[in-house]
Design a protein around this ligand. Structure first.
Ligand SMILES: [Zn+2]
Length: 262
């Protein structure tokens, strides 16, 4: 039987099935929501001019959504960098600076400049804002500062509670989903860092943030070789790192926006 009704149910089922694998959205929204809580008065006022009453979380995933638009194909490499593992900070930074084309490393400063530049149209500055919200998030997912031979862990097969997936997806979505919080609940629970901690995280440089993610990616790679079976123990081992990265991402995004919109 292949009635129109049956087709409708089938397509609804497929849509829901796909949505179930789109919760990678949550990570970006958590970071955006935490940043929202740490904005200066001036930044909030400037943001009103750009996005009205819309929130940072509302815009957090726009740069992933536009990937499917042919006009934005060129922006796909902006979301990550690929650098070999286990290297010193000097060597790491030298390689980052030599990467060809536009990358996560070149586009964060480029988008900061575009957001700051009041001679740009509101539309252009809004695009820069959306990218900054998203890219500062990507920077704090350690496998977006991963290795080229396995495409940031995309080519490392792992089993998450017996479901076949890859290491990159575990960090983009599975680990976050496993905590079973909405993005508002999650950001509310995480956003309790003391003032000194916040200042410490914000006062390091963009280069420091990249190297920190590189070092964390080394730990993640070492923890899960190809065909690893990951479940409760992996969650227990890495929950703290995941939470720290989400919180740091939010706190630092606020710093970037406060500086750009002063
Ligand atoms: Zn991304």
């Amino acid at each position: 039987m292949c009635s129109p009704l049956r087709l409708l149910f089938l397509s609804l089922f497929l849509l829901c099935y796909q949505l179930a694998f789109c919760w990678g959205l949550t990570g970006h929204r958590i970071i955006a929501e935490i940043a929202e809580n740490h904005l200066s008065k001036k930044a909030k006022k400037e943001l009103r001019k750009l996005i009205g009453r819309e929130t940072l979380a509302w815009w957090a995933n726009w740069p992933d959504f536009v990937k499917s638009d042919s006009n934005w194909k060129h922006a796909s490499p902006w979301h990550y960098v690929d650098v070999p593992g286990h290297i010193s900070k000097d060597s790491f930074l030298a390689q980052l600076k030599n990467l060809p084309g536009k990358t996560l490393y070149t586009q964060i400063p480029a988008m900061i400049a575009q957001l700051k530049d009041k001679s740009q149209s509101i539309e252009q500055r809004r695009i820069a804002l959306a990218f900054l919200i998203h890219l500062i998030g990507d920077l704090h997912q350690p496998l977006h500062v991963g290795r080229s031979d396995d495409e940031g862990g995309n080519k490392i097969t792992v089993y998450w509670f017996n479901e076949k997936t890859n290491l990159h997806s575990v960090w983009d979505t599975y680990l976050i989903n496993n905590q079973q919080y909405s993005y508002t609940e999650y950001s509310h629970l995480l956003d309790i860092a003391g003032k000194e901690q916040v200042i410490g995280w914000q006062n390091s440089s963009l280069d420091d943030w990249f190297y920190e993610s590189h070092q964390l990616s080394d730990i993640i790679y070492d923890s899960a070789p190809n065909e690893s079976k990951l479940s409760y123990n992996y969650n227990f081992q890495f929950q703290q790192m995941l939470n720290d990265q989400l919180l740091k991402g939010g706190i630092r995004l606020a710093k970037v926006l406060n500086d750009a919109l002063e």
